[in-house]
Design a protein around this ligand. Structure first.
Ligand code: IPE
Ligand code: IPE
Ligand code: MG
Length: 247
């Protein structure tokens, strides 16, 4: 066993269980707008504001990694106008917030098949992640055109290819081999998965990664989620007893 690091002995470590990796299904923008008789776009705009507040708060609290579900592989089913609005907000967010992320030492990641987006947006995303690639601080992963089932199908294809090409034996396909090929391969294990807006489903988000994550469903609509709600979620996580199958 490795000797305990000095921080392991600090009294605070025993009382404050901070999740290393928090993922959020940011849901409820449309309902937030509807309650105010505003167009859905107004809710999405406030949703971007919430992303700013919550990612800043997460960094201040020392959370190592946050993964935010921004566009699912099923969200293409929405009216073209709304899909266009969401893409527009993503462009705007990159333009307005990238400098801050670079400055704050954030390592930006994208999970999902974002290469299906329009070429200019793909270029913007690649440029944005590239500009934070030398950073060493907190990880911020945005899920774009992400679907967990497609992610796992992609892993299966890659493993089959390797076996076919003789680069790998069938017996070497274990959980670690699968993990290594997931979009989340360089993120810490998922500790806490939050869904806002009262819905209690995963909607094809991080199905594999959530195997032992603590799940938290809150009624707050995403545009109303802020630093205080995040603290409450972290506190709720701290009260959970995780067993991982043991006693
Ligand atoms: C979440 O809010 C944002 C995205 C899925 C992009 P919704 O747009 O799903 O809001 P509701 O669920 O209709 O309230
Ligand atoms: C999940 O929300 C996807 C994101 C938050 C990006 P949805 O609003 O799309 O999920 P469903 O359709 O209610 O399951
Ligand atoms: Mg929704």
């Amino acid at each position: 066993m490795k000797p305990a690091a000095a921080t392991d002995l600090a009294p605070a470590a025993a009382t404050v269980a901070l999740p290393r990796h928090v993922a959020i299904i940011m849901d409820g923008n449309g309902r937030w707008a509807k309650k105010r008789h505003l167009p859905r776009l107004a809710g999405h705009k406030m949703g971007v504001e919430a992303v700013r507040k919550v990612t800043r708060a997460g960094r201040a609290m020392g959370i190592e990694a946050m993964t935010l579900y921004a566009f699912s592989s099923e969200n293409w089913r929405r009216p073209e106008e709304e899909v266009g609005d969401l893409m527009g907000l993503l462009r705007h967010f990159i333009r307005s917030d990238l400098d801050e992320l670079v400055r704050e030492n954030v390592r930006l990641r994208v999970i999902g098949d974002y290469r299906r987006f329009s070429p200019d947006l793909v270029a913007m995303i690649d440029d944005a992640t590239g500009r934070t690639s030398a950073n060493t601080g907190p990880l911020l992963a945005i899920a774009l055109n992400y679907g967990s089932q497609a992610e796992l199908a992609g892993v299966a294809q890659e493993l089959a290819r390797r076996v076919r090409d003789g680069a790998m034996a069938i017996e070497d396909i274990d959980t670690q081999a699968i993990e290594n090929l997931l979009d989340t391969h360089d993120l810490p294990p998922l500790d806490l998965l939050i869904r806002t807006s009262g819905e209690q489903r995963l909607s094809n988000f991080l199905l594999w990664q959530a195997a032992y994550a603590e799940l938290l469903f809150v009624d707050t609509l995403w545009p109303d989620f802020d630093a205080e709600t995040l603290s409450q979620a972290i506190a709720a996580f701290g009260r959970r007893q995780r067993r991982f199958g043991g006693l």
